[in-house]
Write a new protein. Structure first.
Length: 256
C-alpha cells in the first residue's frame, strides 16, 4: 500500500545499551536525542530505547526496550523509522538491535539502522591522539570475546595519525590483564600518561577500578610508579566533537 507523503508518520529512535542511574541517562545519553531534535525538529517524532533489560529495570524513567519501542511504532502506524544505534562495536547488544529490526521490518515502509560507530568512521578518537603524548585508553571490550574490535580500531587510528609516543589499552571486561598492562608501562619507563575513556557512558567500573584512590585501581598503581597521570574524566558522549560525528553518521544514513 502506498502512502501519501503528507500522511506518513516518521520516527527517529535512539538506541543504546543503557546506564544504571537516571542521572547517568540524562547526562550521557539524552544529549544525542537533543542533537537530532535540534536539527530535524518537527519532521519526526522521537523515541529513546535501551537494549539492556538490567539497565531498564534500574531506571525510574519512562524508557522502553528497543523491541517494545518498535511494537509501539507499529501499533501507531509509523511507516518510516530511522535508528541511531549508540554502540561502538558489533557486540551482542548491537546484534539485539539488528535481530529486532529484522523481525519488525515488515511492518514499515522503511527502517534503517546505523552501523556500529567504529565501523562508520576512522576519526572517532583523533582529537585525543592529536593532543596527548602517551595514552592509556579505557574500553569496555566485548564480554567473552577474544576478538576485540575496539583494540584493533584504536591501533589502526594510532597508525594512521602517527602522533603518539606510547599507547596502551585496558579493557573493563578483562580486569585480569591489568597486571600485565602495568608491567608494560613500567618497562617502557613512562613519565607521564593520560587516561582516556573510549566509552559512551561512565559507571562503576571506570570510577572504581580505573580512577579511584583505592590501592588496587589503575590510577593508584600508576602513581605508585611515580608516573604523572592526567585523567580525562569525560566520556565520548560529553565531547561535542564526537557527538557531531555521530550526528553526521545519522545524516548520511537518512540521505542514502
Amino acid at each position: 500500500m502506498k502512502w501519501s507523503k503528507l500522511n506518513i508518520k516518521k520516527a527517529v529512535v535512539i538506541v543504546a545499551f543503557g546506564t544504571a542511574k537516571d542521572e547517568g541517562f540524562n547526562k550521557y545519553l539524552l544529549p544525542f536525542l537533543k542533537d537530532v531534535k535540534d536539527k530535524y525538529g518537527k519532521e519526526y517524532d522521537y523515541f529513546f530505547s535501551l537494549t539492556s533489560e538490567k539497565m531498564l529495570n534500574k531506571l525510574s524513567l519512562d524508557i522502553k526496550g528497543y523491541k517494545e519501542t518498535l511494537e509501539e511504532l507499529k501499533n501507531n502506524n509509523y511507516k518510516i523509522v530511522y535508528v541511531e544505534a549508540l554502540y561502538l562495536s558489533r557486540g551482542k547488544e548491537y546484534l539485539k538491535v539488528l535481530e529486532a529490526t529484522e523481525e519488525y521490518k515488515k511492518y514499515f515502509e522503511k527502517i534503517k539502522v546505523t552501523k556500529p560507530l567504529m565501523e562508520e568512521r576512522e576519526d572517532l578518537i583523533d582529537f585525543y591522539i592529536n593532543k596527548y603524548k602517551n595514552i592509556l585508553f579505557i574500553c569496555h571490550g566485548i564480554l567473552g570475546s577474544k576478538d576485540n574490535f575496539e583494540e584493533k580500531y584504536i591501533n589502526k587510528a594510532i597508525e594512521i595519525n602517527k602522533k603518539l609516543d606510547k599507547s596502551y589499552i585496558a579493557l573493563i571486561n578483562n580486569k585480569e590483564a591489568y597486571k600485565y598492562l602495568l608491567e608494560d608501562i613500567k618497562k617502557d619507563n613512562i613519565k607521564e600518561i593520560a587516561i582516556v575513556p573510549i566509552l559512551i557512558t561512565k559507571g562503576y567500573h571506570f570510577n572504581i577500578d580505573i580512577i579511584s584512590d583505592k590501592d588496587d585501581s589503575i590510577l593508584s598503581k600508576l602513581k605508585s610508579m611515580n608516573i604523572k597521570v592526567e585523567i580525562i574524566d569525560k566520556v565520548l558522549s560529553q565531547n561535542k566533537l564526537f557527538r557531531n560525528i555521530v550526528l553526521d553518521i545519522f545524516d548520511n544514513m537518512i540521505i542514502e
